[in-house]
Design a protein around this ligand. Structure first.
Ligand SMILES: [Zn+2]
Ligand SMILES: [Zn+2]
Length: 279
């Protein structure tokens, strides 16, 4: 007859397995779809949007996928840890939104995003310390020309730190599981955008005061190319405060997007003139 511990272990293994499958599905949905559209299906159409003209070798993309799978094993284990902590009363997770109301629910989503942004900037800068970089963070920088599959390509020790934001949040303030889900989906979407390899934002994005506090795909792409700048995740204010934006960031962004717009406009003019000639 199985003991109580055997049953608990079996149940926790099931939770681990479900977590792992959901993480893979999220990866396939966000990174897989972005890769299929931009890098395969509409590759020609989006060519003017490329941040770096070259494409990485297939070996690099394979490595991004393998390290991401190892990251999901760590994330799934952290998920099991949070489940156990919740059931033994160590977290502030609550299950009924009405306990704190909708304004608080939405506030916790915003707060989690802000906290994650600060947390990421701090530990990302630590990761660039000579020793930590050499032994841990170098794995992520193996991609100097990242694909959307690089979004979760981390050394296992870095994956633990990456996941650390969720335990930190759930022990700090009351939060509903759907608010955590919103954070994780927001994080995945922006993380994939940062590793997309294509700049989609308008050319005035970094000069406009209403948008320039957000990071761009070019911003993180430059981090992968140049290493010691552009450490931020969602927002640009930490890089501004600590003066860690690359000195050419704005100029490069404007050059890339203006060049893109010129190519797009000239191809529009060409196709219009062909149409007029054929009429
Ligand atoms: Zn990256
Ligand atoms: Zn880095």
């Amino acid at each position: 007859m199985p003991s109580f511990n055997d049953i608990t272990m079996l149940f926790l293994s099931k939770i681990f397995f479900i977590n792992f499958i959901l993480l893979i599905l999220r990866y396939v949905f966000f990174s897989g779809i972005a890769y299929s559209i931009f890098w395969v299906w509409k590759k020609k159409y989006f060519e003017p949007h490329r941040i770096q003209n070259k494409f990485p070798e297939p070996q690099k993309i394979k490595s991004e996928i393998m390290y991401s799978i190892s990251t999901f094993i760590i994330f799934a284990l952290v998920g099991v840890g949070i489940y156990v902590a919740r059931n033994t009363g160590y977290t502030k997770i609550y299950l009924s939104i009405s306990d704190y109301g909708y304004p608080y629910f939405f506030l916790t989503i915003v707060l989690s995003i802000l906290l994650h942004d600060a947390y990421f900037y701090l530990f990302h800068r630590l990761m660039h310390h000579k020793l930590l970089f050499k032994h841990i963070h170098q794995v992520h920088h193996y991609s100097t020309n990242p694909s959307p599959f690089a979004a979760f390509s981390f050394h296992p020790l870095e994956a633990i730190l990456e996941a650390g934001i969720v335990p930190l949040i759930v022990i700090t303030f009351p939060i509903h599981p759907l608010a955590i889900l919103a954070l994780l989906l927001f994080m995945t979407a922006l993380n994939v955008l940062g590793h997309l390899g294509y700049e989609l934002y308008p050319s005035n994005f970094v000069s406009n005061k209403w948008t320039n506090w957000n990071n761009t795909s070019t911003h993180h792409n430059m981090h992968h190319q140049k290493f010691t700048c552009n450490y931020g995740l969602y927002f640009n204010w930490w890089d501004k405060i600590f003066n860690t934006n690359h000195q050419n960031y704005s100029d490069d962004f404007i050059r890339i997007t203006k060049n893109r717009d010129e190519i797009l406009n000239s191809s529009k003019v060409n196709s219009n003139s062909k149409l007029t000639h054929s009429l």
